[in-house]
Design a protein around this ligand. Structure first.
Ligand code: PMP
Length: 392
């Protein structure tokens, strides 16, 4: 038996490919917008996380180009040593101001922000408590941490309280997605904070899908609930509403100071490239100066939720721009993905191991820049294919 055998014996994805049902690593040859060129074909994009539609905004692109002209293409080092630019500091100030915390620190990706913060903060004999539907980067941060992970049932506050009771007030960090990335529902933050106060736990909210979506000027879930002061850590990514790549943690000055000197995912990894940093600054400015974009995102979201539901689709607990269509059976889900693709609609199927075999779904997501005509065209296809496959 060789270490490499597992690769040569790995056939799951190849079997799916051979059947013509392979929805991954699709080649896109255009900008990430409401329409994309995918495998040589124009498709309506209902699978992007660019909720505000800013990845192709002229001011965002111009900021990136100017930053490359001034700073070059990369920083060739970590923030800790030679990789801190003035625009990194400016961005961190803006982010802290937006989410209402004293300071912020940027990581090269959102994944690393979760990994770096959680693994640094939860030490030996301490606990990290996660929702069963939390993002993989939270789980991976918990695996890397020296403390122990305990998981509660999705958004089930009785299940969370049972765990908090069990660990009897020992140091713990509850980490939740603000908006859950597949379900599109919102964390029950008011109760989570109440329980955290009762049992002396700290709270961290992952705002990946809620920045630019919830809260005043897109400040996120904690702002939406007015619970910023009671939430120790606010985490966000730049890869969704903020039109780039990278992530951040915002918290009190002492906490950020600690992370800056202890977080290995930050210290031992290169800093955010100039173009990404400048794009995020430009996107943040547009997001705050043009609240009508967020209003349009919600108009599109509410329209699609209502139309899907009246057609007979099961959208679960979604109440945000992330709208899953719960299909159940895996082959039906793959068939739906294929038929939608043939009709020019790009969506993401969610199948095992991401979900149990009988809980497959089609994940759709909506953008402020989708037009009513585009959404109506999509609905027409969903109606036709849903009937064809006996889903609705
Ligand atoms: N948290 C959540 C909830 C996410 O959905 C994602 C990305 N899908 C991340 C963190 C990781 O962020 P990034 O892709 O920016 O590294």
């Amino acid at each position: 038996m060789s270490l490499l055998d597992k690769c040569y014996k790995f056939t799951d994805a190849r079997k799916v490919m051979a059947m013509g049902y392979y929805p991954y690593f699709r080649e896109i040859t255009s900008e990430q917008d409401t329409e994309v060129m995918c495998n040589g074909k124009k498709m309506l994009m209902l699978g992007s996380n660019s909720y505000l539609g800013l990845t192709n905004h002229p001011k965002v692109k111009e900021a990136a180009i100017k930053a490359i002209q001034k700073y070059g293409s990369g920083c060739a080092g970590s923030r800790f040593l030679n990789g801190t630019l003035d625009i990194h500091l400016e961005l961190e100030n803006e982010l802290a101001k937006l989410v209402g915390k004293e300071e912020a620190i940027c990581y090269p990706t959102g994944y690393q922000a979760n990994l770096g913060c959680i693994s640094t903060m939860v030490g030996k004999n301490e606990y990290i408590i996660t929702d069963k539907y939390d993002h993989a980067s939270i789980i991976d941060g918990a695996i890397l941490a020296e403390g122990k992970m305990l998981r509660y049932k999705h958004n089930d506050m009785a299940s969370l309280e049972r765990i908090l009771k069990e660990i009897k007030g020992r140091n713990s960090l509850i980490v939740v997605d603000g908006i859950f990335s597949m379900e599109g529902d919102i964390a029950n933050l008011s109760v989570i904070i109440e329980l955290a106060e009762k049992y002396n736990a700290e709270v961290m909210v992952d705002e990946a899908h809620s920045l630019g979506v919830l809260g005043n000027k897109g400040a996120g879930t904690t702002a939406h609930f007015g619970l910023t002061d009671k939430t120790a850590f606010i985490m966000g990514t730049f890869s969704k509403s903020l039109a780039s790549v990278g992530g951040f943690i915002a918290a009190d000055e002492a906490i950020i100071h600690y992370l800056k000197h202890k977080s290995r995912a930050l210290i031992f990894s290169a800093s955010l490239p100039p173009a990404s940093t400048a794009s995020v600054l430009a996107a943040l400015k547009i997001m705050q100066e043009e609240p009508e974009r967020i209003a349009k995102l919600w108009e599109n979201t509410n329209y699609m939720l209502k139309e899907f539901q009246s057609m007979g689709y099961n959208t679960g607990a979604s109440c945000t721009p992330v709208v899953p269509l719960h299909i159940g059976n895996m082959m039906t889900t793959f068939n739906m993905w294929r038929r939608l693709g043939e009709e020019g609609v790009f969506i993401n199927p969610v199948v095992p191991p991401a979900v149990p075999p009988s809980s497959c779904l089609i994940r759709t997501s909506f953008m402020a820049t989708h037009t009513k005509d585009q959404l109506d065209m999509a609905l027409e296809k969903f109606r036709m294919i849903g009937k064809e496959l006996n889903i609705i």
